[in-house]
Design a protein around this ligand. Structure first.
Ligand SMILES: Cc1cc2nc3c(=O)[nH]c(=O)nc-3n(C[C@H](O)[C@H](O)[C@H](O)COP(=O)(O)OP(=O)(O)OC[C@H]3O[C@@H](n4cnc5c(N)ncnc54)[C@H](O)[C@@H]3O)c2cc1C
Length: 420
């Protein structure tokens, strides 16, 4: 949960079912109050004052239909619940790295999962969306009944209403070959590891999704000695093929330098959150990203240097390899399908660090990859609600603006990233 931005609504509604959501939306509409929505608070767009906040965390039902290979969730469900409910049927959802992230918030923002290159964005698998629009109407939206609203909800949902639940597809994945290779950033040349990683990604089948992260772990007492205070580079891998084929594919990565740990192994899908080991405690962070056509490793090395041990405060830098099924034809408002890479910076907001300083570092960092930048991913902006530039390409933004004019003409859902 994000703790970096103060939210002081006039009224918080702890919704337990869609009727509560209708009542809250109708009240806010009548009083002309802006509406915010929150399930987990991980993706809080920024600080706000006043209005109505609808908290959906109690609406956390999860129902798997193993024959149809679908799951129907309430707006408060988290990915960890779905992973556990689907696993006994040999199925998996298109979840991301952390089990605590909300299914709906993640999916409305696209949803770049650990199996992304094989199966595409989570949004691409949605069968139906239940939403309460600003007029207080409950709508069951499918591609057949209302293709334009369905298109817009998946990628632009937070602008258009309060989603009370959705039905989405599951994939037949029960196990994985995956884990992380960790290099000591002071014992290898980080830029050479990045170069080697980028070259390696050119050889991969779509069944392998991976990323490279670089960070200096803080010198905190609760961290284990192999992490505490160290500058580390982590290459994370998830591969749905056999362990033997996985071993063969990752062999070139193991040649990039000595590793301080190598956790690559065959695992049940339920163990997959360990691949990234994202923190599950509330903390304050600021984050931004750039979606890139291709990765220029010389430019990317400049970001590595900027965000590494010489930085004035901590930054977690991550390069996600995209392509594969993520590059498929756009069926919804998730933009930039032609992208090859995503580069993300996540910067803890700890004592003595302020957002203005972090923004300056981020601007310098993303400036290095400006020539390759297509835009920004909604899911990896943390606390930048005042800066909507690039979240959609002009054509997608125009279509979303037309939907917004139809379904939320008074802009009630403005506790959010605007459409720019
Ligand atoms: C530890 C961590 C790991 C992550 N890993 C990934 C990853 O692997 N892949 C990825 O794509 N993203 C990832 N994210 C980003 C995450 O998908 C977004 O932050 C997402 O918005 C979180 O949704 P939430 O419901 O958990 O958070 P919330 O803060 O509850 O919601 C986030 C935003 O989503 C919208 N929203 C939520 N519920 C509704 C609703 N019912 N109706 C309408 N709008 C709604 C609102 O605008 C809200 O402000 C990660 C985030 C964290 C903190």
């Amino acid at each position: 949960m994000q703790t970096g931005f103060a939210t002081r609504p006039d009224l918080v509604v702890g919704a337990t079912d869609p009727d509560d959501v209708v009542a809250a939306v109708s009240y806010a509409a009548g009083a002309g109050l802006p509406i915010g929505v929150q399930a987990t608070g991980h993706g809080l767009p920024g600080a706000f004052e006043g209005g109505v906040l609808i908290n959906t965390r109690r609406m956390d039902t999860v129902r798997v239909d193993p024959d149809a290979r679908t799951v129907t969730v309430g707006a408060g469900a988290r990915w960890g619940q779905v992973v556990e409910a689907a696993a006994p049927h040999g199925l998996a959802p298109l979840n991301g790295t952390a089990p605590g992230v909300g299914v709906v918030g993640y999916t409305l923002g696209g949803g770049l999962g650990i199996l992304g290159r094989e199966f595409g964005y989570a949004a691409d698998h949605v069968r139906s969306v239940d939403v309460v629009t600003a007029d207080g109407a409950r709508r069951h939206v499918t591609a057949d009944d209302d293709p334009e609203l369905f298109w817009g909800l998946l990628g632009g949902g937070p602008h258009l209403g309060v989603v009370t639940g959705l039905e989405t597809g599951l994939v037949p994945v029960a196990r994985l070959y995956g884990g992380a290779l960790t290099f000591d950033g002071t014992a290898v040349d980080p830029a050479a590891v990045l170069r080697g990683y980028e070259e390696w990604t050119r050889t991969l089948p779509d069944e392998l999704t991976s990323s490279l992260a670089a960070l200096v772990y803080p010198d905190l007492p609760h961290l284990p000695p192999h992490l505490k205070g160290r500058y580390l580079l982590l290459i994370r891998v998830a591969f749905t093929g056999s362990a033997a084929e996985g071993e063969r594919l990752v062999a070139p990565l193991r040649e990039l330098g000595p590793t301080v740990s190598d956790t690559l192994h065959e695992m049940p899908y339920t163990e997959s959150p360990a691949i990234h080991g994202d923190p599950d405690f509330p903390h304050a962070f600021y984050g931004d990203n750039a979606i890139l056509g291709h990765l220029d490793t010389a430019a990317a090395a400049e970001i590595l240097a900027l965000a590494g041990p010489r930085a004035a405060s901590m930054h977690i830098l991550q390069f996600n390899h995209l392509g594969g099924a993520l590059a498929g034809p756009a069926r919804n408002a998730v933009p930039y399908r032609e992208a090859g890479w995503l580069v993300r910076l996540l910067s803890p907001l700890v004592d003595g660090v302020d957002v203005a300083d972090l923004r300056a570092v981020h601007a310098a960092a993303f400036g290095h990859v400006a020539p390759q930048t297509l835009g920004r991913s909604l899911n990896f902006v943390f606390g930048g609600a005042d800066r909507p530039e690039g979240l959609y390409d002009p054509e997608t933004r125009k279509r979303l603006a037309a939907l917004k004019a139809t379904y939320d003409p008074a802009n009630l859902f403005r506790r959010n990233y605007s459409l720019g």
